[in-house]
Design a protein around this ligand. Structure first.
Ligand SMILES: Cc1cc2nc3c(=O)[nH]c(=O)nc-3n(C[C@H](O)[C@H](O)[C@H](O)COP(=O)(O)OP(=O)(O)OC[C@H]3O[C@@H](n4cnc5c(N)ncnc54)[C@H](O)[C@@H]3O)c2cc1C
Length: 144
């Protein structure tokens, strides 16, 4: 019998935990593929240290080295859509058929949706935003 194909979109905590747990429970009875637009796993909780000097690269774990050890296929590509009728995940470069699909593509900041937030505040979701905070701290510190 052909193995069921589990496709996981996203390689953050949600996507990786799902893939690792499924591999643990089902061993080699299933095929698992992760599709992510990022090559590395970002350990997001420690991004709080970026404004104080930690370099974002230090929080990146290369998934190409880790996932093959768990027999998980890894495709770097951007998910655009899902066609549930045909059970296809549509990415920039692929149409990937699945038996079960896990969407773990995370959240994003939308500061423009709260009046004043974009103009007067900083958000902290991405390393880029944390680096922006570092620049502000450094600028203010050098003034005092
Ligand atoms: C500063 C900070 C500190 C935090 N500290 C803690 C903490 O101490 N404890 C805690 O429990 N939580 C903490 N969190 C929250 C925690 O980091 C998030 O809840 C968690 O990262 C969410 O994981 P996720 O996998 O759902 O999403 P994400 O980590 O956002 O992962 C989404 C994944 O999907 C991929 N992706 C997105 N869009 C696409 C697309 N179109 N195509 C392909 N791939 C895509 C991304 O590349 C990424 O791999 C913190 C968050 C922040 C910002």
């Amino acid at each position: 019998m052909e193995k069921k194909h589990i496709v996981v979109a996203g390689s953050g905590f949600a996507g990786l935990e799902s893939a690792f747990l499924l591999r643990h429970y089902f061993k080699d009875k299933i095929k698992i593929t992760i599709i992510s637009n990022e090559e590395n796993f970002l350990f997001r909780p420690n991004t709080i240290y970026i404004p104080f000097g930690l370099e974002p690269e230090e929080l990146q774990i290369p998934l190409k080295e880790v996932l093959p050890k768990y027999n998980i296929e890894f495709i770097i590509d951007k998910v655009q859509d899902v066609d549930p009728e045909s059970a296809l995940l549509l990415t920039d470069n692929h149409k990937i058929s699945y038996d079960y699909l896990i969407l773990g593509t995370g959240a994003a900041m939308r500061p423009e949706e709260i009046p004043g937030l974009k103009e007067y505040a900083n958000t902290i979701w991405t390393p880029k935003e944390m680096l922006q905070l570092r620049r502000i701290f450094t600028k203010n510190h050098s003034k005092s």
